[in-house]
Ligand binder design. Structure first.
Ligand SMILES: NC(=O)c1ccc[n+]([C@@H]2O[C@H](COP(=O)([O-])OP(=O)(O)OC[C@H]3O[C@@H](n4cnc5c(N)ncnc54)[C@H](OP(=O)(O)O)[C@@H]3O)[C@@H](O)[C@H]2O)c1
Length: 330
């Protein structure tokens, strides 16, 4: 089992598996700024890329992912590889005794997700999926408003995450790397449905479409339903104008959260609460959800339980993504 240096008082020593764009842009700076995490090593398939990426963080550059996992000084690895490579490398990292923070989607198959979570638990190792938005405090405020009846009885969720087309050759266009907008982008509104409506959701119908010449789906929609009739209408796509937003419709009002899934660290949320008698905007403080996700990971490692902190939600999300694909093809 991994030696957890944080429990001995020092920061968690992290190794990064792959010099991904998102890692360089968002996670490595968040790690460097986090008092409970240290970037210890950075691995790439290319020695040059490892050296360039590791240098600003004074981390050890490593050529090859297996080489990095063999480093006994590492407590944990962050895994920002293409989706189809997550499962084998999560398995390898767990087998090497490391806690794992894996990029979303944790795997591309609910069976694999279930197996890896069980394996992590049996080894006493933490396995988190790096879905950042659930760690932002604004959604806890939304849940509290719902529980307090701020919009009466909940009737429906409308959630949308759409982004402009990635550059040609991006991993998201490659089916063999687990590309396509369902797992990459659709995951967010699906997770919002689980986060806000609970894990017991059915897929009523779904559509996945590919832009001409593409080998993966580039846009989609799904209708989910809870047993009490509450619905979730989800829209996602990766050849669209940007939108990142959800609305909760109740018997007496509506809550709207804009920039719901990828707010910048300095974004100060304004939750819109509309009722027939009054409309108010709840101003919340800015929060860096990447830092919050790292804190949750460090807390889990510190807690020593293994597995994920929100396993039921993670499994429900994985199942729903698979059932949406099934519904769209049937
Ligand atoms: N949590 C979030 O908010 C968020 C946001 C964006 C992306 N992500 C996730 O982060 C992961 C990476 O996304 P990205 O946009 O950063 O991708 P990217 O820039 O293409 O990076 C992927 C990295 O994987 C490594 N790799 C290994 N085998 C590869 C192969 N056969 N083809 C391409 N790359 C390969 C490469 O690192 P080396 O060449 O250095 O080995 C590459 O830099 C995905 O799972 C994505 O869903 C998460």
């Amino acid at each position: 089992m991994a030696v957890v240096s944080e429990t001995a008082g020092g920061p968690l020593r992290l190794g990064v598996l792959g010099c991904s764009g998102f890692a360089r842009r968002r996670m490595l700076p968040a790690m460097a700024a986090h008092p409970r995490v240290r970037v210890h090593a950075v691995a790439s398939r290319s020695a040059g890329r490892a050296a360039v990426t590791a240098a600003p963080f004074r981390a050890r550059p490593v050529t090859g992912y297996g080489e990095l996992l063999a480093d006994p000084a590492l407590d944990a690895v962050y895994l920002p590889l293409p989706a189809a490579l997550h499962a084998p490398w999560v398995e390898a990292a767990l087998s090497a005794g490391k806690h794992v923070l894996a990029e979303k989607p944790l795997t591309t198959d609910p069976g694999q997700t279930r197996t890896l979570l069980a394996r992590a638990r049996s080894l006493g190792l933490v396995l988190h999926e790096n879905t950042l938005f659930v760690h932002h405090g604004q959604h806890a405020v939304v849940r509290r408003l719902l529980a307090e009846g701020a919009i009466g009885e909940l009737r429906a969720l409308h959630a949308a995450f759409t982004v402009p087309a990635p550059a040609p050759g991006d991993i998201r266009y490659a089916p063999e790397l687990g590309g396509g907008c369902l797992a990459d982008i659709g995951l967010y509104p699906v997770r919002a449905a689980v986060h806000l409506l609970g894990t017991r959701l059915d897929v009523v119908g779904a559509v996945l479409s590919s832009a001409p010449g593409q080998r993966v789906e580039t846009s989609g929609a799904a209708l989910l339903r809870r047993a009490d009739g509450v619905t979730a209408q989800l829209t996602f796509g990766m050849e669209h104008a940007y939108r990142s937003r959800y609305e909760l419709w109740g018997s007496e009002g509506r809550i709207t959260v804009d920039r719901a899934f990828t707010p910048a660290a300095d974004h100060r949320p304004g939750l819109l609460v509309e009722r027939a008698d009054a409309t108010r905007t709840l101003a919340l403080p800015a929060e860096d959800q990447a830092v919050a996700a790292l804190t949750a990971f460090a807390d889990s490692v510190h807690g020593g339980k293994g597995g994920a902190d929100n396993e039921a939600d993670l499994l429900a999300q994985a199942e729903l993504l698979a059932r949406i694909r099934q519904a769209a093809s049937g």
